[in-house]
Write a protein that binds this ligand. Structure first.
Ligand code: AMP
Length: 278
């Protein structure tokens, strides 16, 4: 595996790759787990060259403590990438991607950014889009792989590529979970074993919605609130049933697979998100 810390070196390497080779790209913030690795594996299957970036992007953090506490397991990450025969890892310093004092760009993604993560993490998505656009421009992948775990992010990246008038294909991949249903997440490393057990409530609420669509949206949201009230270590931030194309709350079901139930909740100060498409 080749590793690069500057975009200049990476671009020099990319310029030597034959034009007909396909490039798969997986942007990450490190602390890699099976969720990330499933994206690498898919890219290895589908593309000639697989590139993973590891960069904790400061402009997408609206909470300084979250940024400072973000787990860093770089040596283990490199071993995992090596094991999967990832071809390239790009691990830039902040200065390689941001000019001095540069902040996030402005974007307009309409309704996609105003609900849920956009509402509770102001600035998060423009920070995310800023870095993803930069990485796409440097790497110019054939396919970029993103997890459905971050569903709103996935929809925004698809919109970003359209706005960029880019040919990059965005592939959304299923959420990888722990045995108890808890979605794998780098932030899970900050949870105790008992917290991880309790946090499985998020998945059981999502799963309940999947199996009880007939009860209707109001009743399902009420069920979730009720469940969280009974589990005092978990604090529900939102539970929203949204249309996939707008990411806005709906009052009645759209067609099969065009709705999603999305939850954000805290356990011991750690923020967890998850969703299921309905
Ligand atoms: P992150 O390092 O959290 O920025 O995530 C990098 C990529 O991995 C994003 O596209 C995420 O959606 C994806 N990802 C994170 N967790 C999972 C998971 N449990 N299953 C599948 N993909 C995931």
């Amino acid at each position: 595996m080749q590793d690069f810390t500057t975009k200049t070196e990476l671009v020099a390497y990319l310029s030597k790759i034959a034009k007909e080779k396909t490039i798969g790209f997986i942007p990450t913030m490190g602390a890699l787990h099976q969720g990330h690795l499933s994206l690498i594996e898919e890219s290895k299957e589908k593309c000639d060259i697989t590139i993973c970036s590891i960069f904790v992007n400061p402009t997408q953090f609206n909470n300084e403590r979250d940024l400072v506490n973000y787990p860093n397991t770089i040596n283990a990450d490199l071993e995992k990438l090596e094991e999967l025969s990832c071809n390239v890892v790009y691990i830039p310093a902040i200065e390689d991607l941001y000019e001095n004092k540069e902040t996030a760009k402005t974007f307009d993604f309409n309704s996609l950014t105003t609900s849920m993560e956009g509402k509770f993490r102001p600035g998060h998505f423009i920070g995310m889009a800023t870095i993803v656009e930069k990485l796409f421009n440097i790497i110019q992948p054939t396919i970029a792989f993103f997890g459905q775990k971050d569903l709103q992010q996935l929809q925004i990246v698809k919109a970003l590529v359209k706005q960029m008038k880019s040919t990059i294909k965005i592939e959304g991949m299923p959420t990888i979970r722990e045995k108890n249903g808890l979605a794998k997440s780098s932030r899970n490393k900050l949870l105790s074993e008992s917290a991880k057990k309790e946090a499985a409530l998020i998945y059981s609420c999502l799963y309940y919605c999947k199996n009880n669509k007939k009860k209707g949206i109001t009743e399902l949201k009420y069920h979730i609130q009720n469940q969280f009230e009974q589990h005092k270590n978990l604090k529900l931030e939102y539970a929203e049933i949204v249309a996939l194309n707008t990411m806005q709350p709906i009052e009645g079901w759209q067609r099969e697979n065009e709705n999603a139930i999305c939850i954000a909740a805290y356990h011991s100060g750690v923020r967890l998100i998850d969703n299921i498409i309905l």
